[in-house]
Design a protein around this ligand. Structure first.
Ligand code: HMG
Ligand code: MG
Length: 314
């Protein structure tokens, strides 16, 4: 019986290493109502890189009128102490954002589009096709400067304004991003409504245009589905995920959306499955406790809560 179980598990071709992009400083903090000082953001990045993250999404070069919390983007980028081997990325919705971002020397920029027309309008004030026209010169200019380019496809599993989103919409945006030279895409469940089979379909749509190692899962955990969705993505062969320390975050233009899946939960699950992440869970907990302490709340992570309780009890 045990032998049969082992054979079944081995037949599922899971990756032996997973790349985690920590988005807490950007996706996590962008939704905080009270301004978080740049020094706190810088310290969070420092603690995350000490925990072993090699990809950190630091900030956004968006309009400070739209997202005031990210208005200190240049200050945060200037404050971080760059560690060799770490890729620091920033969001850039248009040429104005890219030009400001390049002065801060990011390793990677992110253009963010949507599979939903209504969300595109609410989030970046233009249609999907207009967004593609805006992104094209951004992508070309970044690549010409040797800066890596990632794309995000929001509302790939559902939209707060349009409801269900067909996988074909994800495939369309993936194709357009691929054609303009975006190197890696994140399939984003902005409002966390995806469930494993639907996630599989959305990822398969993206995989029509990108290879497995160029697609990430970006799952918000609003309905508690994100770990299950992560497992579904792993079983499909994905090995890159965006996660947020302490489960921080949400999108200001997707009401009710909560944070990305907590990094602690994903790391705990992956390590438990024998999958390497390069992350030191104890130091990740330190980062989680630091930012949660600053925000005066407990981490929105079951694993962090359990591990911190255990730590405090000893
Ligand atoms: P717009 O108003 O259409 O832009 O905004 P505009 O070109 O008409 O310019 C209007 C004003 O904005 C001008 O200033 C520009 O200078 C300024 P004014 O003359 O009125 O003083 N402006 C800028 N300022 C700073 N940086 C810029 C910039 N561009 C214009 N880059 C824009 C268009 C995209 C800028 C706006 O809609 C915006 O900033 N949106 C922010 C959206 C955002 O940050 N959303 C959250 C991040 S996305 C996300 O969380 C989803 C993700 O996690 C995946 C997922 O989970 O789904 C990635
Ligand atoms: Mg997000």
């Amino acid at each position: 019986m045990r032998h049969e179980l082992e054979i079944t598990m081995n037949q599922i071709n899971l990756p032996s290493h997973v790349n985690i992009l920590e988005v807490g400083p950007r996706d996590g903090l962008q939704n905080e109502k009270q301004p978080v000082p740049a020094a706190v953001k810088v310290e969070l990045v420092q603690r995350l890189q000490e925990a072993g993250f090699t990809q950190i999404e630091v900030t956004s070069f968006v309009s400070p009128k739209w997202v005031p919390q990210m208005a200190d983007n240049a200050q945060v980028m200037a404050g971080i102490q760059r560690k060799p081997g770490v890729r620091y990325s920033v969001l850039t919705p248009n040429m104005q954002g890219l030009e400001a971002a390049l002065a801060s020397q990011p390793d990677e920029i992110v253009v963010f589009g949507a599979a939903s027309e209504a969300f595109s309008q609410k989030n970046i004030n233009c249609s999907i096709s207009e967004s593609m026209e805006r992104f094209r010169p951004v992508v070309a200019a970044a690549l010409a400067q040797g800066v890596a380019v990632r794309g995000a496809i929001s509302c790939a599993l559902g939209c707060p304004y349009e409801g269900e989103i067909a996988p074909e919409r994800v495939a369309l945006v993936a194709r357009l991003m691929r054609e303009m030279g975006v190197q890696h895409i994140g399939v984003a469940d902005t409002i966390g409504v995806g469930t494993p089979r639907k996630v599989r379909l959305a990822l398969e749509a993206a995989l029509r245009h990108y290879p497995l190692d160029a697609v990430s899962g970006h799952f918000h955990d609003t309905y508690g589905q994100a770990l299950a969705n992560t497992l579904a993505a792993l079983e499909l062969g994905l090995s890159s995920f965006d996660t947020s320390v302490a489960g921080l975050g949400g999108c200001p233009y997707a009401k009710g959306a909560t944070g990305n899946v907590a990094t602690e939960d994903v790391v705990f699950m992956l390590h438990g499955m024998g999958i390497d992440t390069g992350i030191d869970l104890e130091r990740l907990l330190d980062a989680s406790a630091f930012i949660s302490g600053y925000l005066q709340r407990v981490p929105n992570s079951r694993a962090a809560t359990a591990l911190l309780n255990r730590r405090n009890a000893t």
